[in-house]
Design a protein around this ligand. Structure first.
Ligand SMILES: [Zn+2]
Length: 233
């Protein structure tokens, strides 16, 4: 058999290996793609930090409300325990109590508003968490299938590599070098089949004499146009 025959057989296996490699890199891309998961994680973390800010505000307000409640209680006590006798002073204490109560009602309203906002944020968090959970489940199931596919492809790669080995021993270094160079520069096809008296890769029509040559045992038969090895299947 001539070198072109071995090169053609080698190319069939190499093309299979290329196909496997392409699919492997696609699968790795799909598995590592987690932008959608990141999106939900980010949304949750933004909501959490917003919630924290509201909680801090709430703590501050409730602290102030507590102080005002105590103050009001003390002032009310002082009205009834007889410590204040001066009517003007009593009036002042009453005015103070009124103003404290007004402030307290403002704070109560603020607290309610904040609690409502926190509740809303909690709802948003749980919606995002649900989406994240179902997306993660979906992705895990998908990854399991893809990981099995990776195993199959790796098995196929091993088989192809084993099949390549006896062919490679038949190919002279010089031809292997030319083959590899052509594979790099000619879109991975170094050996072109002759189909209907033409080069199947570039479509160049071949005179009968050229076709005869390609059928012979000669090693160096190239397409004059695309410069690939020519081979009659
Ligand atoms: Zn050609």
């Amino acid at each position: 058999m001539n070198q072109r025959t071995f090169l053609y057989q080698l190319q069939l296996l190499d093309l299979e290996l290329d196909k496997n490699e392409k699919r492997l890199s696609e699968i790795r891309g799909i598995i590592s793609y987690s932008d959608d998961i990141k999106k939900f994680e980010q949304a949750i973390s933004i909501i959490q930090s917003e919630k924290k800010t509201w909680q801090q505000k709430l703590n501050k307000i409730s602290g102030e409300a507590q102080i005002i409640q105590e103050k009001t209680k003390k002032s009310e006590q002082s009205l009834y325990d007889g410590t204040i006798k001066n009517p003007k002073e009593l009036q002042n204490v009453n005015i103070e109590i009124d103003s404290l109560k007004k402030r307290l009602s403002v704070l109560d309203e603020q607290q309610l508003e904040i609690m409502f906002s926190i509740e809303e944020l909690d709802d948003q968090t749980s919606i995002n968490k649900q989406s994240l959970e179902s997306l993660t489940k979906e992705k895990n199931a998908q990854n399991e299938i893809l990981l099995r596919e990776i195993e199959e492809i790796e098995k196929s790669n091993n088989k192809l590599t084993i099949e390549k080995s006896p062919i490679l021993t038949q190919i002279e270094d010089e031809f292997l070098g030319t083959y590899e160079k052509l594979r790099k520069s000619k879109n991975k096809i170094a050996v072109s089949l002759i189909v209907d008296n033409a080069c199947s890769m570039c479509g160049n029509g071949l005179p009968p004499m050229e076709v005869q040559k390609a059928k012979s045992n000669a090693d160096e038969i190239f397409c004059p146009v695309c410069k690939r090895f020519l081979y009659c299947g």
